[in-house]
Design a binder for this molecule. Structure first.
Ligand code: ZN
Length: 104
């Protein structure tokens, strides 16, 4: 298979799609147990089953990479850790006892 190449437009589209991945329906294959995300395709009424490593769309079969699979991979990548300096500037959250004082 040819080397899978991610073009800048594909990357941009995948990043936009990745933001929607948490809202998309998820599934699990009864045969293999593999979890997948149901990603809506460009064509109305068409959806693709995508994982971080594969997709059921024609583009993935032809090129070995697609925006659906890229989007799932981006969405499943853990967010970068917040630096201690950024944490220090955050407003401290109220504790449970401050929010719901005990009745005496
Ligand atoms: Zn795809």
């Amino acid at each position: 298979m040819a080397q899978a190449i991610v073009t800048p437009p594909m990357q941009r589209k995948a990043e936009a799609l990745a933001a929607l991945v948490p809202l998309m329906s998820k599934g699990r294959s009864k045969r293999t147990g593999q979890h997948f995300v149901i990603v809506p395709g460009t064509t109305p009424t068409v959806a693709h089953w995508a994982t971080a490593t594969g997709c059921t769309c024609v583009g993935f079969q032809r090129r070995g990479v697609c925006t659906h699979s890229l989007a799932v991979r981006i969405a499943q990548t853990p967010a970068q850790k917040v630096s201690p300096a950024a944490l220090a500037t955050r407003e401290r959250m109220k504790s449970y006892a401050e929010l719901f004082p005990a009745d005496d």
